[in-house]
Design a protein around this ligand. Structure first.
Ligand code: GLU
Length: 268
């Protein structure tokens, strides 16, 4: 049925602005809704990998810092605090729906080192065979430089989709998809349903950065879309504020912006 028809394995990326309130604290109501929908997707018969941001923001809020710290050490410490907070909540909510989560923290080195890459691939494969839901984030507490950092979970989710052989990547953001101009300044901006080719004209309309709590703007999402679609994996940008919209896709409908796969794909 629709985009999910031939999808056996789906990576869902969800951003900080979706998972947290403006205070930085976790938005429990929304996380619970998201977990319910993802649990239902799993019950429906697809394997789900969740790439979740929110660690730094949750850590900052929990420690009462009030703002994202400027030094890398403090930011890394906040990520360590927030990551365990995040996993505690995911574990509790997914357990309520009968599912088991497994935390995987990635660094970029994992991809460049063939042995570590193979180990990561095997771990994803085994976890999915065992019916677990891997919950992935960048290992912010130990990633500091160009070698280790992905530079945001949009791009991390694209690499994870490739690494675990996903059929589809869903990028849940705080915007409905890609617009033909900036909807924050142009009320007539139109949502683009489908993008066949991510060229300079698409980058030109993508605009600036996202929210102050996440790191990914539209450019980062386009970079992720370019990476996965070139590997034969289509991607959606969707608004994560109402996670139930994912049922529209599950029911065969269309929402958000769909980036078609470049190589042969089962979905076009
Ligand atoms: N890994 C970061 C976190 O968990 C988020 C990075 C991003 O928003 O792209 O806070």
């Amino acid at each position: 049925m629709g985009y999910f028809r031939d999808s056996k394995r789906i990576v869902v990326k969800v951003g900080t602005s979706t998972l947290t309130h403006s205070t930085g604290h976790l938005n429990l109501r929304r996380i619970e809704k998201l977990v319910k929908v993802l649990s239902d997707m799993k019950n429906w018969g697809v394997q789900v990998v969740l790439v979740s941001s929110g660690a730094v923001s949750a850590g900052v809020a929990k420690m009462g810092f009030g703002r994202i710290p400027s030094t890398p050490e403090e930011k890394q410490a906040m990520a360590a605090v927030g990551q365990s907070e995040l996993m505690k909540i995911y574990d509790r909510f997914f357990s309520d729906y009968g599912h088991t989560v497994a935390q995987i923290l990635m660094t970029k080195e994992v991809l460049s080192n063939p042995e570590r890459r193979a180990a990561a691939e095997n771990t994803f494969r085994r976890l999915l065979e065992m019916n677990c839901i891997p919950v992935v984030n960048e290992n912010d507490s130990v990633s500091t430089d160009e070698l280790t950092k992905f530079g945001g979970n949009d791009i991390l989710s694209a690499y994870v989709a490739e690494l675990c052989g996903a059929d589809l990547l869903l990028n849940l953001s705080d915007i409905d998809g890609l617009y033909d101009s900036d909807p924050r300044t142009n009320p007539d901006a139109k949502l683009i349903d489908r993008v066949e080719c991510i060229d300079d004209s698409i980058y030109a309309i993508a605009g600036g950065a996202g929210t102050d709590r996440g790191t990914g703007g539209m450019i980062a999402k386009l970079n992720a879309a370019k990476l996965v679609t070139e590997q034969g994996i289509p991607m959606f940008i969707l608004n994560g504020h109402e996670p139930e919209i994912l049922y529209t896709l599950l029911d065969g409908g269309h929402i958000g912006t769909y980036f078609t796969a470049k190589k042969e794909s089962k979905h076009d």
